[in-house]
Design a protein around this ligand. Structure first.
Ligand code: ZN
Length: 114
């Protein structure tokens, strides 16, 4: 059972990471087909805000403490989601196929069997 492109039905498929690796270093196609960038969240700042918020809450500054606690937690969750989305995009890229005929990129599970 061979796999074919879901768009043009051509069976000249290649793993996207292999295709990108075969491109010349100066190729403009790296921008279009290259691996999505990593995103490393800097969680120290939101964690510090949460810790300071707890200290302020304990010491009686309820409004400022709550503000820092909620703000820090919100930023932390947002950064975490951004990191997960970047990891997911990289994982999808790693299991994508490239069609040498049309040329489309698609997930391996979206390829049609011939
Ligand atoms: Zn195709």
């Amino acid at each position: 059972m061979a796999l074919a492109c879901p768009r043009c039905k051509h069976d000249g498929l290649q793993d996207l990471p292999d295709f990108v690796a075969s491109l010349p270093r100066e190729s403009p196609l790296h921008g279009k087909y290259g691996q999505p960038p990593e995103y490393k969240a800097q969680l120290l700042l939101p964690a510090g805000a949460v810790a300071l918020g707890v200290v302020l809450l304990i010491s009686g500054s309820v409004a400022a403490g709550l503000l820092l606690l909620i703000g820090g937690a919100g930023v932390g969750v947002w950064l975490w989601r951004k990191t997960s989305a970047a990891e997911e995009a990289r994982a999808r890229w790693a299991r994508s196929l490239y069609c040498r005929a049309c040329p489309a990129t698609f997930l391996r599970e979206d390829a049609v069997a011939t």
